[in-house]
Ligand binder design. Structure first.
Ligand code: ATP
Length: 332
């Protein structure tokens, strides 16, 4: 885990406007030589920041950037601590490896991850400053069984936060991904561990794309987008947006703990992008095709197949749209 050095912090803050700054100007502001400026810029690139250097103009970040501000976040959300780091392998891994250390609602945010993960170990691409990378600790006294459907609750909290912030066309794919216009905007990864005595630890990880260049996203294996590309030219107030989400997520978790999934079923349905759509479910080697009919009261997927209506639950299932070619009827 790494934090920015005070000098790196000052340099990023200087470049954060996305404008060009000459080496001379940077040197003066930081009180260092031109050679040291080059070294510092190299350090930022090592952290994964995209810094352009153009002779005669100077140095600029690929995107304007608002660094994570732990004091501002803490003040905005109150309650359990909010921690921010520059680089970590994975915020979920870090929290999962120290489960006894956290208070309910405590958060860890990172500017970037070197080993961000999706489900089943798939890679989650998380370049410096381009996302909300958040893990939140929760504890359920009722145990693992009561956590069923939790990733749907997280999806609802995320989608509703973004709609409230003025972003339209938010959609959820069962069980845990946020899409917009058919492109993946955020991933959710809920990890759990039982505690002797019946309760359980939960680490809720969310990666939301805010502003990423095509180059930064080039290793992503499916169509993706970012908030910036959904509303070009609109400034993303990163810390304010993150604080709003943390507040909504904590509130949603309280509700879930007291009332279960019931208050979220309709809210989830409002974002269900595959409702009444033909899909394929991947269950390991097995494939099941059918039409999505929403979710049941435990958060299981309701799929109508040739043999009737069935419920599917479990972390090993992936939902995929039917290929367009499979949907074209012979008469078309
Ligand atoms: P499912 O959960 O239904 O199996 P999935 O393939 O999207 O779907 P996840 O484990 O949820 O799998 O997420 C990991 C996948 O997300 C990666 O395999 C990659 O395709 C995609 N991905 C990785 N990084 C990003 C990113 N920053 N933005 C959007 N998508 C990403």
């Amino acid at each position: 885990m790494r934090r920015l050095t005070p000098r790196q912090q000052a340099l990023v803050q200087l470049l954060a406007d996305g404008e060009f700054h000459s080496g001379e100007q940077i040197g003066e502001r930081l009180g260092i030589s031109r050679a040291a400026v080059s070294q510092q810029l190299k350090g930022l690139r090592t952290l994964g920041l995209e810094v352009f250097s153009v002779s005669g103009r100077g140095h600029a970040l690929a995107h304007p950037l608002e660094l994570l501000d732990p004091a501002l976040l803490q003040q905005a959300v109150g309650g359990a601590p909010v921690h921010c780091v520059a680089v970590v392998d994975s915020t979920n891994d870090y929290m999962m490896s120290r489960l006894a250390d956290w208070r309910k609602g405590e958060c860890l945010l990172a500017e970037s991850q070197t080993a961000g993960r999706g489900r089943r170990g798939r890679q989650w691409v998380s370049p410096f400053g381009g996302q909300m990378i958040l893990s939140l600790y929760w504890r359920l006294e009722q145990g693992l069984g009561a956590a069923m459907g939790l990733s749907l609750v997280v999806g609802v909290a995320l989608a509703e936060t973004l709609v409230h912030e003025g972003y339209d066309h938010m959609g959820l794919k069962w069980p845990n991904d946020l899409y917009s216009h058919g492109q993946k905007l955020a991933g959710i990864l809920v990890e759990m561990s039982a505690i002797a005595g019946g309760s359980c630890h939960l680490v809720i990880g969310v990666g939301l794309n805010l502003a990423m260049s095509l180059q930064q996203g080039e290793s992503i294996t499916q169509a993706w987008s970012s908030l910036e590309s959904l509303a070009p030219g609109r400034k993303i107030e990163r810390n304010r947006l993150i604080a709003a989400f943390i507040g909504n997520l904590r509130q949603a978790l309280e509700t879930f703990e007291q009332q279960g999934l019931a208050p979220f079923i309709e809210r989830w349905a409002a974002f269900d992008i595959y409702r009444n759509q033909p899909v394929q479910l991947l269950l390991g080697e097995e494939r099941v095709t059918g039409t999505v009919r929403g979710i049941d009261e435990q958060g299981g997927l309701l799929l109508e197949t040739e043999t009737g209506l069935h419920t599917y639950v479990g972390g090993e299932i992936s939902l995929r749209p039917m290929l367009e070619s499979c949907r074209i009827s012979p008469s078309e």
